[in-house]
Design a protein around this ligand. Sequence first.
Ligand SMILES: Nc1nc2c(ncn2[C@@H]2O[C@H](COP(=O)(O)OP(=O)(O)OP(=O)(O)O)[C@@H](O)[C@H]2O)c(=O)[nH]1
Length: 151
Amino acid sequence: MQQEYQRFVRSGNTVSLIMFDIDHFKKVNDTYGHQPGDDVIKSVASLVLETKRDIDIAGRYGGEEFGIILANTCADSAKVFAERLRQRVEQTVVDTGEHKIQFTISLGISEASSDIDNYKAWLKQADAALYASKRGGRNQSSVYKEGMEME
Ligand SMILES: Nc1nc2c(ncn2[C@@H]2O[C@H](COP(=O)(O)OP(=O)(O)OP(=O)(O)O)[C@@H](O)[C@H]2O)c(=O)[nH]1
């Protein structure tokens, strides 16, 4: 993420970061067990790989949180991508043989801008937008707006 951020600073190209996490994932683990929980995480990872372009960079950032860096993409286009991914996840059923598990994700988007002076600040904005999606009722995506951290 730091590398991509530095690349942005050097090139001046548009780049957006999406952070997202699985809604009520604790409940998935508690209801179905840890292995089905892991299967859900794996299916999310596959959906991300199917949805993103080759030049985009995706990674798992901690337990059930993921990050995607969208090169040459402004916040509005990242929002279109985020909604596509959100809908794909919503329509997915993970079949463990014993259970059919459905789940949703909440996403936060931040376009790198001159008010961000390091990648941590970029991540913080995407996280603040993710938190706004959680607070707004989950299963939604939000673009970072000034003041979100304070809400
Ligand atoms: N099965 C499995 N569970 C994990 C993994 N990493 C983290 N977790 C679990 O993910 C859960 C995350 O729960 P919380 O952070 O409370 O959030 P949540 O239940 O998803 O609720 P919201 O994010 O508020 O919608 C915890 O119970 C962790 O133990 C993993 O690799 N596999």
